[in-house]
Design a protein around this ligand. Structure first.
Ligand SMILES: [Ca+2]
Length: 477
C-alpha cells in the first residue's frame, strides 16, 4: 500500500473508528434519559424571579435554573402560539412545515356559541399540522420511548391531527390554543380531550391543577422505561372566554376576562390589587411554578433526577401583562420582546449547574438536541433547521447559529450575528443588539449597506422556504 494511504489509515481512520466504537460503548452503558419539555404560554423574557422580575414568585423554576443552564439569547420562530409550537414539534421553520399562522376562528368573539355542526367545519377544527410532518413524539416513540402530551396541543383537533396520531401514546389536554381555565370550553364547546375523545370529566377544576395531576401520573406510570413528557401549560395566557357577540360592538373584539387564577395564589401577592391583570398573571405563573416543583420533587423521589433532561421555555414573548423589559415590543411583534423567550435546561451530570449562556440559540435547536440526547434517529428525508446545541449548553462550544429569520404576514425580521433587521407596519430599522438590546437606535441610515445585506439574506431565506416541498395547511398548493 502506498505510504501516504498507510499514514492516513494510522492517523485518521483508526482513531475515527476507535472514536465511534468508544462513543457507542459509552451511550450503550448509560440509560437513555427521560425528557420533560415544559412550555408556558405568553410568559415574558424576564418573568421569573431569577431572571430579574423580583416581584414574581417562582421558587421552583428558579431552582431549575440554579441546577441547570439558562439561555439569555434564545428565540422562538413566530411571535404567537401555533407556529411557534409547530416548530418545537417538527424542528422546522413554520414557513417550511406549512403551519405559519394561527389555527383559530378569527371571525367571532370567544363568547360566540357555535352549534356542533357549525364548529365542525370551522377553521380550528379543519386546520392543523400537516400529517406528513414528523413530530418529536414520532421520533422518540420510534426510539422506544413512552410518549405523553399533557396540555396545550394546538396542532389541530380533527382526529388525524391529535397527538395519538402524531407519535404520542397518551394525551390529556386541549387541541386548540386556548380555553376557559374552569369550564375548559371555547366558543361553548368542551375542549379537553382524553386521548381522541372530548371529555368534561374535570369541568370546574382549574386547568393547571388538571395538567399537574396528569403529568405526575404519567411520570409515575412510565418510570420504568425512558419517557418523553411534552408538557405545554396554557398558563399564563389570558382565558379564551370573551364576552358573547351580543355584548360586543359590531366588528370589535370585546375585552375578555383576562387570566383566571385561584384565590390561593392571588393571596401570595398581598400588596397588589387582586383584580389587576398583572397580579393575576403573576399568580398564574406561581401556580404553574408550584406544579413544576411537584414534578421535580417526584423525579427526585423516584430516583430519576439524574436520568431526566428537563427543559422549560415560553412559546413567545410576554403579552400586555408580561415583563419583556428591557426588550422592545411584546407578543405578536417582530421586536425582541415578541421573539426572545426564557429558556432553562437541567440534566444533572451532563449539563453544568447554575450556568448562563448568551449564545445565539433558537427553538429550532430542540429537535436535533433531543435526538442526540436520546439516541433517536433523525427522520429520513426531512430537512431540519437547527442543530444539536448540547455542547453550547455545556459551555464547550460557540453556537453554530449565525442567522435566523422571521415572517408573520407583512412583518419580517432577521438576526445575523448581532445585527437585527425589522420591516413591519408597526416600525422597523437596523439595530446592533450587542450595544442596543432594546432596539432603540435605528442604524439603517448610518449603515445602509448592512441593512441591504440583511434584506438580501431575508429574501434568500424566503426563496428557500418557497422552494421547499409544499405543506399544509397554509402552503399546500
Ligand atoms: Ca402563546
Amino acid at each position: 500500500m502506498h505510504a501516504f494511504l498507510l499514514h492516513c489509515l494510522r492517523r485518521v481512520l483508526l482513531p475515527a473508528l476507535f472514536g465511534v466504537l468508544f462513543n457507542t460503548a459509552t451511550l450503550a452503558a448509560s440509560r437513555p434519559p427521560n425528557v420533560i419539555l415544559i412550555i408556558s404560554d405568553d410568559q415574558g423574557w424576564r418573568d421569573l424571579h431569577c431572571l430579574g422580575r423580583e416581584e414574581i414568585i417562582t421558587p421552583n423554576l428558579d431552582r431549575l435554573a440554579r441546577e441547570g443552564v439558562r439561555a439569555t439569547s434564545f428565540y422562538v420562530t413566530w411571535p404567537a402560539c401555533t407556529p411557534s409550537r409547530g416548530s418545537v414539534l417538527t424542528g422546522r421553520y413554520p414557513q417550511r412545515n406549512g403551519l405559519y399562522d394561527m389555527v383559530r376562528n378569527d371571525m367571532v368573539n370567544f363568547g360566540h356559541r357555535y352549534s356542533a355542526e357549525e364548529y365542525a367545519v370551522s377553521p380550528e377544527m379543519t386546520l392543523g399540522l400537516d400529517p406528513r410532518e414528523v413530530t418529536l413524539g414520532d421520533a422518540l416513540k420510534r426510539a422506544g420511548y413512552a410518549t405523553g402530551c399533557v396540555g396545550t396541543w394546538d396542532m389541530g383537533q380533527a382526529r388525524r391531527y391529535l397527538p395519538l396520531q402524531r407519535g404520542f401514546d397518551f394525551f390529556y389536554g386541549h387541541g386548540n390554543n386556548g380555553i376557559d381555565y374552569y369550564t375548559h370550553e371555547r366558543y361553548g364547546v368542551p375542549s379537553l380531550f382524553r386521548g381522541n375523545q372530548r371529555t368534561e370529566e374535570d369541568k370546574g377544576t382549574y386547568v393547571t391543577d388538571v395538567f399537574r395531576r396528569e403529568a405526575l401520573r404519567f411520570v409515575r406510570e412510565q418510570k420504568a422505561k425512558p419517557f418523553f413528557l411534552y408538557l405545554p401549560f396554557n398558563a399564563p395566557h389570558s382565558a379564551s372566554s370573551f364576552a358573547p357577540d351580543s355584548e360586543a360592538k359590531a366588528g370589535e373584539r370585546k375585552e375578555g376576562v383576562g387570566v383566571q387564577v385561584p384565590e390561593k395564589y392571588l393571596k401570595l401577592y398581598p400588596n397588589r390589587d387582586p383584580k389587576n391583570g398583572v397580579t393575576r398573571y403573576l399568580a398564574a405563573v406561581t401556580c404553574m411554578d408550584e406544579a413544576i416543583g411537584e414534578l421535580l420533587d417526584t423525579l427526585r423521589d423516584l430516583g430519576l433526577e439524574r436520568d431526566t433532561l428537563v427543559m422549560f421555555m415560553s412559546d413567545n414573548g410576554g403579552s400586555g401583562n408580561g415583563g419583556n423589559a428591557p426588550l422592545k415590543g411584546a407578543k405578536s411583534s417582530m421586536w425582541e420582546g415578541g421573539l426572545r423567550v426564557p429558556f432553562l435546561a437541567r440534566w444533572p451530570g451532563r449539563l453544568p449547574a447554575n450556568a448562563v449562556t448568551d449564545e445565539f440559540l433558537t427553538s429550532l435547536e430542540l429537535f436535533p438536541t433531543l435526538l442526540a440526547a436520546t439516541g433517536a434517529k433523525p427522520p429520513t428525508g426531512v430537512k431540519l433547521d437547527g442543530f444539536d446545541m448540547t455542547p453550547v449548553l455545556q459551555g464547550k462550544a460557540k453556537s453554530s447559529r449565525t442567522e435566523m429569520f422571521w415572517e408573520r404576514r407583512n412583518d419580517r425580521a432577521a438576526r445575523v450575528g448581532n445585527w437585527k433587521w425589522v420591516e413591519s407596519a408597526r416600525g422597523g430599522g437596523l439595530f446592533d443588539l450587542a450595544t442596543d438590546l432594546g432596539e432603540k437606535n435605528d442604524l439603517s441610515h448610518q449603515k445602509p449597506e448592512v441593512a441591504l445585506q440583511m434584506k438580501a439574506k431575508f429574501t434568500a431565506w424566503k426563496r428557500e422556504m418557497d422552494a421547499s416541498e409544499p405543506r399544509g395547511p397554509f402552503r399546500d398548493y
